[in-house]
Design a protein around this ligand. Structure first.
Ligand SMILES: NC(=O)C1=CN([C@@H]2O[C@H](COP(=O)(O)OP(=O)(O)OC[C@H]3O[C@@H](n4cnc5c(N)ncnc54)[C@H](O)[C@@H]3O)[C@@H](O)[C@H]2O)[C@@H](O)CC1
Ligand SMILES: Nc1ncnc2c1ncn2[C@@H]1O[C@H](COP(=O)(O)OP(=O)(O)O)[C@@H](O)[C@H]1O
Ligand SMILES: [K+]
Length: 482
């Protein structure tokens, strides 16, 4: 068993693959062996995290997720803890493994009650796991509110109950947990829903126990990308070795966005950074950055540059897009460039054709921009299945796609998508996306392929935010200058 961190690379499996892995493993093992292992793992983690917990409330549901926790209750009782089980299900309809585990809990002297205890030091959420098919209601919803709303520690078995294992979407509002308060022990496989959309809030710290079973032979539906490899700079290098980035954006009232991308590219290690503002009379915002070289948009030698296009671009970006899409060898498309492409099928075609000409493209939509590109009405439609949305955009435009937000997804055609685990809600402030676009531009300019540049910079961007001092405000400007 180990804890999953942002540094960790791992394969993620959807519900269908996990069920196949479970069936294959169960077929080779004695009856109830898997559930005993699962229950033991839950009990060991609960005891290790909360060795002094006196009242442990274990809320069990009608399926094998509840079964895992009946077994955990028996194991905890044997370790001199005092678990109390409440059961939201019909004993007569319990699956075999879970019925056996309930009998073991009873035999160990665990009280099985109807009502939630008035107080608890630790709650174990085992109401629903992989088998959640609808929103929790009635007693289940009430218990979940008590478990996740009490401000007390929670350990979720396999998944926070009601969280969709494949998408991280959930109908129950878990709200945010205090740091260190929520843990989730994922069993047998790691599931993508734990790491994106609502997953990170609901699950808190994720632990993994494969229960001694192999997932070989099953294809992962996604991966945790883990820490990118460090790229040493040769001593024998000069500014030309790291490429030229040009930022094309910054229409009237939005020049700041382009300046943020430019300064981020500069601090990201680009050899030279050009700033081509769309605003014909820009404010003197750029004076503190003498390293930036100002150009008119039409002056840019597009065919020799890495272009970061769209930050603060407004409508004015549209007139430049056809040329940029046709000529730029390395291109990051952000914000208004994406909105313009969503509106104009001809631009979409030009974008799609870039891969045939071996031109590298990274698109960096937030969920609403992704929805526009996919012809969906709202960001909610994208958030309902972020992996599918990112993969679908990558296929459609034959480009690397960075779908931003909690658990940023990076997808490329014919590649398993990755989910990034760095970053936090302090990034939810204006301009941090422009900074990311500039960082990816610098990485592309240094010669990295699109997918590697996107994965690496998404990780670094989030890692900087994670390491940000708590007493210092995180602003996009400060982030760009880091
Ligand atoms: N069989 C085994 O030996 C193992 C089981 N495991 C556990 O088993 C879980 C999967 O078990 P199940 O397939 O039984 O699924 P669940 O335990 O998630 O429960 C499924 C049951 O809940 C009902 N249900 C679904 N949504 C509901 C809702 N909103 N309100 C009320 N009832 C609802 C379903 O009709 C079904 O009866 C995994 O998540 C994992 O915890 C794993 O630990 C591996 C080993
Ligand atoms: N809650 C969050 N958790 C992790 N990362 C976040 C969160 N909210 C925003 N971010 C990150 O912050 C950046 C915001 O980008 P974007 O939405 O384009 O904002 P802007 O247009 O203001 O620059 C993205 O990299 C996104 O992944
Ligand atoms: K659960």
């Amino acid at each position: 068993m180990h804890r999953i961190t942002a540094y960790y690379q791992a394969d993620l499996f959807d519900v269908a693959a996990t069920r196949r892995i479970e069936r294959a493993a169960a077929a080779k093992l004695p009856a109830h062996a898997l559930m005993r292992r699962a229950g033991l793992a839950v009990a060991r983690l609960a005891a290790a995290l909360h060795p002094h917990a006196r009242a442990i409330w274990i809320a069990c549901g009608p399926g094998n997720n509840g079964g895992d926790a009946f077994e955990a209750a028996a194991q905890l009782r044997e370790r001199s803890f005092h678990p109390i089980v409440t059961f939201a299900g019909d004993e007569a309809r319990l699956p075999d493994d879970a019925r056996d585990a309930l009998a073991r809990a009873r035999a160990a002297g665990v009280p099985i009650l109807e009502d939630a205890p008035t107080e608890h030091d630790l709650a174990i959420d085992a109401l629903l796991g992989l088998g959640a098919t609808r929103a929790p209601e009635g007693r289940m919803a009430q218990w979940l509110t008590q478990i996740y709303g009490a401000g007390k520690p929670v350990l979720a078995v396999d998944l926070p109950s009601g969280l969709d294992a494949d998408t991280g979407h959930c109908s129950f509002d878990f709200g945010p947990g205090a740091p260190g308060q929520r843990h989730c022990l994922s069993l047998l496989t790691l599931k993508p829903g734990l790491f994106t959309a609502h997953g990170r809030d609901a699950a808190g710290a994720v632990w993994f126990d494969d229960l001694g079973c192999s997932s070989d032979g099953e294809a992962p539906c996604a991966r945790l990308a883990g820490e990118p490899t460090f790229r040493p700079r040769a001593h024998a290098s000069h500014k030309g070795s790291f490429g030229d980035v040009a930022i094309l954006g910054g229409d009237q009232g939005m020049t700041g966005a382009a300046v943020l991308a430019a300064t981020a590219a500069l601090h990201g290690g680009a050899g030279r950074v050009f700033l081509a503002l769309l605003d014909p009379r820009p404010p003197s915002l750029i004076e503190p950055w003498p390293e930036l070289m100002l150009r008119r948009p039409e002056q840019l030698a597009l065919e020799h540059l890495t272009i970061v296009c769209g930050c603060g671009g407004g409508d004015a970006i549209r007139t430049h897009l056809a040329r940029v899409l046709a000529q730029a060898p390395r291109l990051v498309l952000d914000a208004d460039a994406l909105n313009a492409i969503a509106d104009d099928a001809a631009l979409g075609t030009l974008l799609t054709q870039r891969s045939q000409h071996r031109l590298a493209t990274v698109m960096t939509p937030h969920p609403l921009e992704a929805a526009r590109l996919l012809g969906l009405s709202t960001a909610v439609d994208v958030q309902a299945d972020r992996l599918a949305a990112a993969a679908s955009l990558a296929r459609r435009f034959q480009a690397t796609v960075v779908l931003k937000g909690s658990g940023t997804v990076v997808a490329s055609p014919n590649e398993v998508p990755t989910i990034n685990l760095t970053g936090n809600a302090r990034l939810a402030t204006g301009g941090t996306g422009d900074v990311l676009a500039g960082m990816i531009g610098a990485a592309l300019a240094s010669g990295l392929p699109a997918l590697q540049a996107a994965q690496g910079e998404v990780w670094r961007h989030g890692a900087i935010a994670d390491a940000w001092p708590h007493d210092k405000p995180l602003t996009a400007g400060a982030l760009a200058a880091t």
